[in-house]
Design a protein around this ligand. Structure first.
Ligand code: ATP
Length: 205
């Protein structure tokens, strides 16, 4: 099935854009939400995290000890890379399993991931969308949504590729600057993806 990856910096509005695609009937795989779920559920992943970071990584009732893990990886790039090397393949496995549940008459799917480019998962997509918004707007949105300080948002932003770096890898763009209509931009891309998915069908190849 034709796969579209969608990403954007923190607060760019990628989830908001995905909701518009969902209204059009396009199933969306929210990789970051799934990643949080499989931290407790994927047996291989749980074993890998315990082995890498110690048994304290999980509480007695099997829940990930977020504070403990965040304390280790937040300022240690090597530890973060180690964690990502465990989590990303587990998310890929979850995506493959999810895709198998999608009915054949669905024209294409969307995979939303904050680290689509950083994780390399864009390579498994047929095309990609980058959602962008001006820096000040992103900052204000996240501060308001999460009730956090500008410094905390900036610290999170620093962990991601810049829009400039992401732009080099993206095939399509949605500007979510509260000036241009998201719906209009989504409808234009939706038509392009329907055409591309149609062209990929065995009868048309
Ligand atoms: P994150 O990476 O932090 O999960 P995101 O890129 O998925 O962020 P959203 O959660 O979609 O971003 O949007 C961030 C906040 O900004 C939300 O509270 C959302 O309602 C708001 N927002 C997004 N787009 C718009 C818009 N066009 N107009 C007004 N508010 C918006």
């Amino acid at each position: 099935m034709y796969k579209v990856g969608i990403t954007g910096g923190i607060g760019s509005g990628k989830t908001t854009v995905c909701k518009v695609f969902e209204v059009l009937g396009i199933p969306v795989f929210y990789a970051d939400t799934v990643a949080k779920e499989i931290m407790h559920k994927d047996i291989l992943l749980v074993a890998g995290i315990k082995s890498a970071f110690g048994k304290e990584s999980y509480s007695d009732d099997g829940k990930l000890n977020n504070k403990y893990i965040a304390g280790i990886v937040f300022n240690d790039e090597k530890a973060l890379a180690k964690l990502n090397a465990l989590v990303h393949p587990a998310v890929f496995r979850a995506f493959d399993a999810w895709e198998k549940t999608i009915p054949e008459n669905v024209p294409y799917t969307l995979k939303e991931a904050a680290l689509l480019f950083e994780s390399g998962s864009y390579k498994m997509c047929d095309t990609t969308i980058l959602v962008t918004a001006p820096y000040e707007i992103k900052l204000a949105r996240v501060m308001q949504r999460d009730g956090v300080s500008a410094e905390q948002v900036k610290a999170r932003m620093d962990k991601q590729f810049s829009d400039e770096e992401k732009s080099k890898l993206a095939n399509h763009f949605i500007v979510n600057d509260e000036q241009q209509s998201i719906i209009g931009q989504v409808l234009t891309l939706h038509q392009q993806f329907l055409n591309a998915a149609e062209a990929l069908k065995p009868d048309n190849v």
